[in-house]
Ligand binder design. Structure first.
Ligand code: PMT
Length: 295
């Protein structure tokens, strides 16, 4: 029944094999999987681990989240971002003070990860540049891990060389310690001065004439005015203004309430939405701009 359905359907087919490792590693199975792949079917997994036979090896069914991600990617492969390269940044950066301490912020990475998954599910080739987070790496996305703002700047500049769209959802640290102590600073009861110097502005510095740059503005007061000022200052197509003091919005939440502000000052107010939905709305807003720049 399964093979008849697979033969009859014009839909994309995703196969998640699960079997004993000897069976999986047999040349006949490997040959058949390669043949199916050459015919456009997607193979996910299998994973390595404990098998039904009691042995350990390759052959475990991949977990549900991996299968769901593969299905979404397969269904979106001819989506409205097919053929586009999208770079998304996420999470905080960390700037060391000494060998055991750093300054950072409360960004969880959720907004950036959700935007990267949204772009993937609409057919884009996605690079996600992320600072340290507790989130699971998204399937079907090239993920680059960084710690500091300087590392994030370098990874984003490289990823953006041939990209169409940059969604800058990360919260990179604006400052770093002028000098990082080579040993753990000892507690003596005296005050300690940490002299901070400004970090590079990543999004303002990214160079690629065709790139559509979308920034975020995490604001706690005069949200719209402060965000609008950043659109021009950072050379953005539009900014996603984010009142990080509003309930359910900003750092660490699963939802976000934002306003899009275009370079010409036009505003689109969005209700409180899941970060996944905000990611999709950002792409909806960016796609006409991509079409104008690259056709
Ligand atoms: O990660 P979550 O917990 O899901 O939270 C989401 C978020 C609140 C972090 C996100 O929605 C958000 O608002 N990100 C922007 C945070 C920020 O750094 O805002 P900013 O106003 O300081 O910076 C403006 C823009 O410049 C941002 O796109 C930022 O990524 C970028 N920037 C900032 C500093 C810097 N050195 N280089 C930059 O490119």
């Amino acid at each position: 029944m399964v093979s008849l359905t697979a033969l009859a359907t014009p839909a994309p087919v995703v196969i998640a094999p699960a079997m004993d490792s000897h069976m999986y590693e047999h040349p006949a199975t490997q040959h058949n999987l390669q043949l199916l792949q050459s015919r456009g079917m997607r193979i996910v997994g299998p994973d390595e681990g404990r098998l039904a036979s009691g042995h350990s090896g390759v052959g475990r069914l991949v977990d549900n989240l991996t299968i769901i991600a593969a299905l979404k990617q397969a269904m979106g492969m001819h989506g409205d971002l097919a053929g586009r390269k999208v770079v998304v940044s996420a999470g905080p950066t960390r700037e060391a003070i000494d060998t055991v301490r750093f300054i950072s912020n409360y960004s969880s990475g959720k907004m950036g990860f959700a935007s990267a998954e949204a772009a993937r599910d609409r057919g884009a080739t996605v690079t996600l540049v992320t600072g340290p987070t507790a989130l699971r790496e998204p399937d079907g996305v090239m993920t680059v891990h960084v710690d500091t703002t300087a590392q994030m700047a370098e990874a984003i500049q490289t990823a953006c060389e041939d990209a169409d769209l940059l969604v800058m959802a990360a919260a990179p640290s604006d400052f770093r310690a002028a000098q990082v102590a080579e040993r753990k600073i000892k507690r003596t009861g005296q005050e300690v001065d940490v002299h901070l110097v400004p970090n590079v502005d990543i999004v303002a510095g990214v160079k690629n004439g065709q790139l559509v740059k979308v920034g975020f503005a995490a604001e706690s007061e005069d949200v719209l005015a402060n965000a609008a000022a950043k659109v021009k200052k950072k050379g953005l197509a539009f900014i996603v203004a984010n009142d990080v003091t509003a309930p359910g919005s900003g750092f660490g939440t699963d939802t976000n309430q934002v306003v899009f502000i275009d370079a010409d000052g036009a505003k689109e107010h969005l209700p409180l939405l899941s970060k996944a939905e905000v990611g999709h709305r950002i792409l909806d807003h960016a796609i006409p701009l991509l079409r104008k720049r690259r056709g």
